[in-house]
Design a binder for this molecule. Structure first.
Ligand SMILES: Nc1ncnc2c1ncn2[C@@H]1O[C@H](COP(=O)(O)OP(=O)(O)OP(=O)(O)O)[C@@H](O)[C@H]1O
Ligand SMILES: [Mg+2]
Length: 752
């Protein structure tokens, strides 16, 4: 319902140092516009501080109501409040919410039409803007053109406040460091007397200090709320003790009814797989990641926000690109062909209050990230749950990623070293959270410097509620780990950990280079990188460390080239055309026909299978460019030439364990081709389902003694998995056949 604005008081210079508004008037605004009865916690203090012209640093937990701290001031006096926000989706979401309440809010971003932008600028230039809140990205704020507009507005006395949302992004100590936020430090120089409000949910003292210094806050009012989320129940489940983590999550979601949930995964392939699995299990679910095009992503978000979909399975990053998975295509003998960077997207920061469950399907990289993401649950203060699936494979993978620590932006050696050590120690807190037997809530709060008695938890974590059960699980985990020789510290020797020069935290996205606010999965030309790597003088006998170093250098140079290409606006010559896709489909069709001849008892819907496989390649690498895409197609064709029926069936998505699978003998005609690309296109005879151990591994040294040479070639293993497997292989000859085909399938899919 739209409401007319309440009458506002006018600003006068003499009032500058006094609170402009009494509590009563502000509460009236809160009730009138937002329908909330009272201010929460530190909201009123923050609002009164900025209205009096004082800088303020506001630390409130996720969902604590930080937005109100700048939304009420925007309504309390004429003029505008500028809100700097890191993510278009976040701005869009808030602006939509404001407009629904009849509050004049707009955002400026590259996604808008010229017409919309012009209208906003005209309003700002009018001398009497109707706009109350203007959301912008840090990139735009720092441009000279926009800054001069701001100065103009300010000179007319109409810029009341600059609010920096997610202010921890300015700090390289923070978990979401974003280089473009650094540019905000010039705001104080350009607009010396405009109060700045820095808002964050990141509690690390170093980050707080860094934020305040970087933004040049002057005598700020520092407000800190407790980080306890009493309505959240914390639980950890142990993947290594579960038969099937996918099935476990499915039953958790089902047992909670048609509940709203976010599931975070590390990689987009896991998102797709898990989402498909949950959907097949009858859960209203969709994947959300950067591999989807804009339209698909908006539609997933729309569906989720408007409750048409209840569960969203998303990549882990908080909109800001925290993690770029390095994928290396590996042929065992001649080492490698190319790299691919992924830019996961995000669904966080979107305000849906009734999220009842936040699940981390892979361990997060830090307590800060975990807190922020799990904090999306129960923003309406109703009982909700944080569930983390902890697995030793995930742990080792994350350790490896963190230890790589090669920053792509021009950080100094000491910054890299600092950030490397920080990443490792941040992660060890997460490991302790999972592997320890003490109260989870206490661990979270202590990591933010809050000392609390265990009694505060009130049995609202698994460790407090079921201490004996947890002790049993941890015992079993230790045995399982010892059995698998997981204790051999595979990736990070203590020497590596201190060798900070080589490593940095996650590769940070270089926004300055991309010039885009939400630049994801853009088109990369990997051909040169591939050639260089392929022609390199690296001996095939080079040691693993040498190879890893080599990869890191190649990756850096590839990235540098990519940036310089973008700077000169080089047109993409590497886009995947429809013609190329059609050609690939034909090739896959042939390969499928040959596979069918080889595996006589397999009945395949050729056309649909080819479309499905081509689509898989395209979804995975289409946006990365022709070279990556084509290599994936080639890899798939090679794989088809060796895959057995179980592998083929798994890849095409038939659940061989399910009694509902409709087995067709080779005599039976194939079912009619599926009209949908998503529909799983293969069916298989029962003969192949003899319980033999499907191989997740492939050729050469990956192959275990008991595996048939014909069951091989993973699609594209991640670099970390490759290194991991080699080392595991060196230490331990064969464990994979002890695992169920489903488990192998899960792992194989994770490798892609
Ligand atoms: N005083 C209040 N009373 C009741 N609800 C409130 C109050 N202030 C804010 N809220 C509600 O709390 C929810 C979270 O608010 P908001 O999005 O501002 O949180 P946040 O601190 O910015 O969280 P995040 O860190 O996730 O961005 C919103 O739905 C908002 O309407
Ligand atoms: Mg917020």
């Amino acid at each position: 319902m739209k409401k007319s604005p309440l009458a506002m008081q006018s600003t006068s210079q003499t009032q500058k140092n006094k609170p402009l508004h009494e509590k009563e008037a502000l509460v009236k605004l809160l009730r009138w516009h937002f329908g909330h009865a009272q201010f929460r916690d530190k909201q009123l203090d923050a609002i009164q501080a900025v209205l009096s012209g004082r800088d303020c640093f506001c630390l409130m937990p996720t969902g604590g109501g930080k937005s109100m701290c700048y939304q009420i001031p925007a309504l309390a006096k004429p003029g505008i409040v500028l809100v700097v926000s890191p993510l278009i989706a976040l701005m869009e979401n808030q602006v939509i919410g404001l407009k629904e309440k009849g509050i004049a809010g707009e955002f400026l971003s590259s996604t808008q039409t010229m017409q919309v932008k012009t209208k906003i600028y005209e309003d700002l230039d009018s001398g009497k803007p109707s706009l109350r809140l203007l959301y912008v990205t840090p990139e735009l704020t720092a441009t000279p053109g926009f800054m001069s507009k701001l100065k103009k507005i300010h000179s007319r006395g109409l810029l009341n406040l600059v609010a920096i949302d997610e202010a921890h992004c300015i700090s390289s100590w923070g978990h979401d460091f974003r280089p473009s936020y650094r540019k905000l430090s010039s705001l104080r120089n350009y607009l010396p007397d405009v109060p700045i409000l820095a808002l964050t949910a990141t509690a690390a003292p170093k980050v707080q200090k860094d934020v305040m210094e970087s933004l040049c806050l002057q005598n700020p009012l520092v407000l800190k709320s407790s980080f306890n989320r009493p309505n959240l129940f914390y639980e950890v489940r142990y993947k290594d003790l579960l038969d099937d983590a996918y099935a476990d999550l499915c039953s958790v979601l089902k047992s909670n009814g048609d509940t709203c949930a976010i599931v975070y995964c590390l990689e987009r392939t896991t998102c797709d797989e898990l989402s498909a699995y949950l959907s097949a299990g009858g859960i209203s679910c969709a994947a959300y990641h950067a591999g989807l095009n804009d339209k698909a992503r908006s539609s997933v978000l729309d569906d989720w926000i408007s409750s048409r979909k209840q569960v969203v399975v998303a990549t882990v990053a908080f909109g800001l690109i925290l993690f770029q998975a390095l994928h290396v295509y590996l042929r065992f003998d001649d080492f490698l062909s190319f790299f691919c960077f992924e830019h996961p997207g995000s669904c966080t920061g979107i305000d849906r209050k009734d999220v009842r469950l936040v699940c981390h399907f892979n361990i997060p990289k830090s307590m800060e990230a975990f807190y922020q993401e799990s904090g999306r649950a129960g923003r309406d203060q109703l009982p909700s749950k944080s569930l983390l699936y902890y697995g030793m494979d995930d742990r080792r993978r994350m350790e490896f990623i963190l230890s790589k620590n090669q920053s792509k932006n021009s950080q100094s050696f000491s910054t890299r070293e600092r950030s490397s050590k920080k990443s490792i120690s941040d992660f060890s807190q997460m490991v302790d959270y999972c592997e320890g037997s003490g109260c989870r809530r206490k661990k979270i709060l202590e990591s933010f410097g809050e000392q609390i008695p265990v009694s505060l938890c009130k049995n609202s974590c698994d460790a407090c509620k079921h201490p004996n059960l947890l002790a049993k699980y941890l015992g079993e985990l230790t045995s399982a780990v010892l059995q698998k020789n997981h204790f051999s510290q595979i990736f990070i020797s203590s020497q590596d950990r201190t060798d900070g020069g080589q490593y940095s935290e996650f590769w940070n996205r270089d926004d300055e280079a991309s010039g885009s606010e939400e630049d994801i999965s853009d088109c990369d030309d990997g051909i040169e990188a591939v050639k260089k790597v392929a022609n390199s003088k690296l001996s095939t006998k080079a040691g693993l460390n040498e190879r890893i170093n080599f990869l890191q250098h190649a990756e850096e140079s590839y990235y540098r080239n990519k940036i310089s290409d973008k700077q000169v606006n080089k047109p993409s010559k590497n886009a995947v055309s429809d013609v190329l896709r059609q050609g690939s489909k034909e090739k896959l069709l042939n390969a499928l026909r040959q596979a069918q001849q080889r595996l006589r008892n397999l009945t395949i819907e050729f056309e649909a299978s080819a479309i499905f496989l081509e689509n898989e390649c395209y979804n995975k690498y289409g946006k990365s460019g022709k070279s990556f895409y084509y290599s994936q197609v080639a890899s798939t064709i090679r794989w088809l030439s060796t895959a057995n029926s179980i592998e083929l069936t798994n890849r095409l998505g038939i659940d061989t364990d399910s009694p509902s699978v409709n087995f067709i003998s080779k005599e039976e005609p194939p079912a009619a081709p599926s009209p949908s690309l998503e529909q799983r296109p293969a069916q298989i005879t029962g003969k192949e389902l003899d319980g033999s151990c499907g191989s997740e591994n492939s050729i050469g040294a990956f192959q275990t003694e008991s595996e048939s040479p014909s069951t091989s070639l993973p699609v594209i293993p991640s670099f970390s998995e490759f290194v991991n497997r080699r080392k595991v292989k060196d230490n331990q000859p064969n464990t994979s056949c002890k695992e169920s085909p489903k488990k192998n399938f899960d792992k194989r899919m994770r490798l892609q």
